[in-house]
Design a protein around this ligand. Structure first.
Ligand code: DSN
Length: 415
């Protein structure tokens, strides 16, 4: 990757950009929400579309000169419709959180009720956390995963809905390793006449590839991120039936956002085209197979996984049973030292804090993009075990760093 123009203008930023390329090449990106997009997506995202204002929607813009912006946005929408089978798609949200904000703004009034999964149980800040506007503008109650199984208890969720009578139920999660039964949640929503928002931010790619059940056509609204498992340009997306199009579009613009980031919309369009290729389904299947291999091997080493395993792209390790004196932060920092980049994460029944929680979350989308197979993921699990088990032993960490180097040399990324 060549940043010659930036280097000429701004050497400090060129150093940081080149450093980041090197960092991504030389480390294992296992933050479950991250991935590595193609150079085609990178080119589209850094294109001259960054210069263009295009408030409005294709064919109905508030500014002149939007013919290419229209073409790009129309292609992004068409491809998204094909990928997820949605009737209506809005590709303008700047992020998954802003996609959720668009839905809330479209159908809720301040003070309305949200029922969503607790953050410590795998939910997301934008689902009603007190630190987010959703926790302040709406009345929020939260469901939890079952304390013994780690799975969502759909009967319990429905009983909670019947008691609370929410205006909207939110499904779709950030740290839930199991397949989500969107139909069961829709039944709960129907029972109390609530909307259902399925936030598939993490699993957009798995749903598009058909390796996870889809909420499209089931839930009223489906939101997602476009840069996680789907591996397109960075941002958010909203999908819904045609009947809600006139609620959603004005809630995104002008309701919550200004001009769309057309360079990012171009990156979304290019990534969606890549995801329509047959190889993408193999990628999504391999991502899940790799997460299962990683999780199985971690369990062989004595780690406890929330829910006992995974059906998707991530595993959530509760360190307390196997390593009661090691926090998620201790593990995250020691692993980063050896080149494994994942995040400390809260776990159900969390007894520490969000900053220094009791778990680690690890995902395989980035590794799978590099070409990792199940065997390579078992090697990663072995390294994670050695490091977490000996997190202040410098010799162990030096050996682990060499093993990570061997993997990054074998499974290369950017030029
Ligand atoms: N930050 C993302 C994640 O890591 O899950 C969600 O927004």
């Amino acid at each position: 990757m060549n940043y010659e123009h930036v280097r000429e203008t701004d050497p400090a930023i060129a150093d940081a950009l080149e450093g980041e390329v090197q960092r991504q090449n030389d480390t294992l990106a296992m933050i479950a929400s991250e991935n590595h997009v193609s150079e085609a997506v990178l080119e589209a995202q850094s294109s001259v579309l960054t210069n263009k204002y295009a408030e409005g929607y294709p064919g109905e813009r508030y500014y002149a000169g939007c013919e290419y912006a229209d073409e790009v946005e129309e292609l992004a929408i068409e491809r998204a419709k094909e990928l997820w089978g949605a009737e209506h798609v809005n590709v303008q949200p700047h992020s998954g959180t802003q996609a959720n904000q668009g839905v809330y703004y479209a159908v809720l009034e301040a003070g309305d009720k949200i029922l969503s999964l607790d953050l410590n149980h795998g939910g997301h800040l934008s689902h009603g956390h007190p630190a987010n506007f959703t926790g302040q503008f709406y009345e929020v109650e939260q469901y939890e995963v079952d304390a013994d199984s780690g799975y969502i208890d759909y009967d319990e969720l429905r009983a909670h809905a019947e008691e609370f009578e929410p205006d909207i139920i939110v499904s779709g999660y950030s740290a839930y390793p199991r397949e989500v039964d969107f139909e069961a949640i829709q039944e709960a929503a129907d029972a109390v006449d609530a909307y259902h928002l399925a936030d598939i931010a993490h699993i957009t790619g798995l749903v598009a590839a058909g390796v996870h059940q889809s909420p499209v056509g089931v839930a009223d609204f489906v939101t997602g991120s476009t840069h996680k498992t789907i591996r397109a340009g960075r941002g958010g997306i909203i999908m819904c039936d045609e009947e809600y199009a006139d609620d959603i579009d004005p809630a995104v613009f002008p309701g919550g956002q200004g001009g769309p980031l057309m360079h990012n919309v171009a990156g979304k369009a290019v990534g969606f085209k890549e995801a329509l290729e047959p190889e993408f389904e193999e990628y999504a299947e391999q991502t899940i197979e790799n997460a299962k291999a990683l999780g199985d091997r971690l369990q062989e080493h004595g780690f406890e996984l929330v829910s006992g395993g995974t059906d998707n792209h991530l595993v959530l390790v509760d360190l307390r049973p196997s390593h009661p004196d090691t926090t998620g932060k201790d593990a995250e920092e020691a692993l980063e030292e050896v080149g494994i980049v994942l995040n400390a994460n809260t776990v159900p029944g969390e007894s520490r804090s969000a900053f220094n929680p009791s778990g680690i979350r690890a995902g395989t989308p980035g590794l799978t993009t590099r070409g990792f197979d199940a065997e390579a993921c078992r090697e990663v699990a072995d390294i994670i075990y050695e490091v977490v088990d000996n997190y202040d032993d410098e010799d162990v960490k030096a050996d682990a760093a060499e093993r990570v180097d061997e993997l990054t040399d074998e499974y290369t990324l950017y030029e």
